[in-house]
Design a protein around this ligand. Structure first.
Ligand code: AMP
Length: 449
């Protein structure tokens, strides 16, 4: 199957081919004809499946086919793509530009954390395809600087993440500003009741497609666990990076504070590292990402939300410095490596506090991960599990706090930044709530609920 056989025009196929893609991925094979046909779509697909091209290609095709040749400034926004994060928004718009190289359509991206005035100017010049994060789009709507009355196609990309991040009200307000007759495309990796409710209200007789969950492509990624003591993780990471001459290592920490601290420690070891997380300015994030991409930065340390949508082909190494408290995030994290058939390696540094998390992850991916103790970093067999801090201290409102909640539930009220792992309500708590107990191999202190 080729891109032209899917019904795409020569101009679009040419741009895709020049970009180096000749064979559509499974999600593209299914989504492209469905979107070209003009109906609504409900797609189960994660990052890494090629979903972005799955919707941008047919959207460009449709809009170009019925383009009204008016001057750019006089043309209205005809497609609106909402994404949960700034990084993903920027990357989706980059794809629109890449694949739209040979059609006469303008695109723009708007997100928070940067000045609003340049965006207002951009919107005045005429935009056919707008990619936006919900919060900043609402700001523009309130200021009357964006007109959505002529939108023909709406995409909710990573809808589950947008709901996780508390964007449902913003999304509903955006939906209310759109014309009722339009094509709706909803992409989500998971289907909670909340997503189903959103889809039921939004989609009209949608085509439904689902491609294999990321869990099944995990096979091409070599995964292993290095058991290690809590306070030996940093020396072990530095050791691994140096002895294996690793470059382009994406390291995940659970908290923003943890990310900052690790960057400082690595810098002291002479390893170049930068952090990206919710407290970093957009400029800092963009800089870190581009240095990482071009190879001048050896290590990028990220929290889960900041890392969503980071799109780097063939990232060789992903390190879980801390295990994620949501098992699905493990799959998202390691999916950053081994993309599109390339092989990658994902290692997790696991201390005694994290044994329950590890068990939950192994349950999800339906296999047990090989343990490999690194000589010189043997964990103390008598170490006791301590409760794990699930969120960054101070301030709240960043990604640390929100990720402390299980998917599909609203954040518990009044979460206190620096409180140890005891979120209110039904959230899962890792680590013992009573006195620490000695941990047997692969078992840990009790679950706090
Ligand atoms: P996405 O799921 O949209 O984030 O895409 C995942 C990765 O696959 C990105 O690096 C894309 O550039 C790449 N990709 C998308 N379509 C194809 C294709 N047809 N062949 C090979 N790689 C692709």
């Amino acid at each position: 199957m080729s891109f032209s056989e899917l019904g795409l025009s020569d101009a679009i196929v040419r741009a895709v081919t020049e970009h180096g893609y000749t064979i559509p991925t499974p999600i593209q094979t299914q989504a492209i004809p469905a979107v070209l046909a003009g109906g609504d779509l409900l797609a189960g697909a994660q990052t890494g499946t090629g979903k972005t091209a799955g919707f941008t290609l047919p959207i460009l095709n449709r809009l170009a086919a019925s383009s009204n040749h008016a001057s750019a400034a006089a043309r209205p926004i005809r497609a609106l793509i909402l994404t949960p994060t700034r990084e993903l928004a920027a990357q989706v718009e980059e794809s629109v530009r890449t694949y739209g190289k040979y059609v006469k359509l303008n695109s723009a991206v708007i997100f928070g954390g940067v000045g609003i005035n340049p965006q207002i100017k951009l919107l005045k010049h005429g935009v056919d395809i707008l990619v936006a994060t919900p919060g900043r789009l609402l700001d523009h709507m309130q200021q009357g600087t964006v007109n959505l009355t002529k939108v023909e196609i709406l995409v909710l990309d990573e809808a589950d993440r947008m709901l996780d991040m508390g964007f449902i009200k913003d999304i509903r307000r955006v939906l209310a500003a759109l014309p009722p007759k339009r094509q709706n495309l909803l992409f989500s990796a998971t289907f909670s009741d909340e997503i189903k409710t959103l889809a039921d209200g939004l989609l009209n007789a949608p085509a439904m497609i689902e491609v294999a969950r990321r869990n099944s492509t995990v096979e091409i990624i070599a995964q292993k666990i290095h058991p290690v003591d809590r306070d030996r993780k940093h020396p072990l990471l530095a050791h691994l990076i140096k002895t294996n001459s690793w470059h382009q290592v994406l390291v995940f920490t659970r908290t923003k504070h943890g990310a900052n601290k690790l960057v400082e420690q690595l810098e002291r070891d002479g390893i170049t590292a930068l952090a990206i997380h919710g407290n970093k300015s957009q400029t800092a994030r963009t800089r870190a990402l581009s240095e990482f991409k071009d190879g001048s930065l050896q290590v990028l340390v990220a929290t889960d939300i900041a890392a969503r949508g980071i799109d780097i082909d063939q990232l060789p190494h992903v390190v879980n410095y801390d295990l994620p408290n949501i098992p699905e995030d493990y799959v998202h994290r390691i999916g950053r490596t081994g993309r599109a058939g390339a092989t990658g390696e994902a290692v997790s540094l696991v201390c005694v506090d994290e044994h329950i998390m590890l068990k939950d992850i192994e349950k999800l991916i339906k296999r047990s991960l090989p343990r490999e103790v690194v000589p010189g970093f043997e964990p103390d067999p008598n170490a006791r599990a301590q409760p794990i801090q699930l969120r960054s201290g101070g301030g709240g409102g960043g990604n640390g706090g929100r990720r402390g909640q299980p998917q599909g539930r609203s954040p518990a009220a009044g979460g206190r930044g620096a409180a140890p792992a005891k979120p209110a309500g039904p959230a899962k708590t890792y680590g013992g709530s009573g006195p620490a107990r000695p941990a047997a191999p692969h078992r840990s202190g009790g679950r706090g609920r």
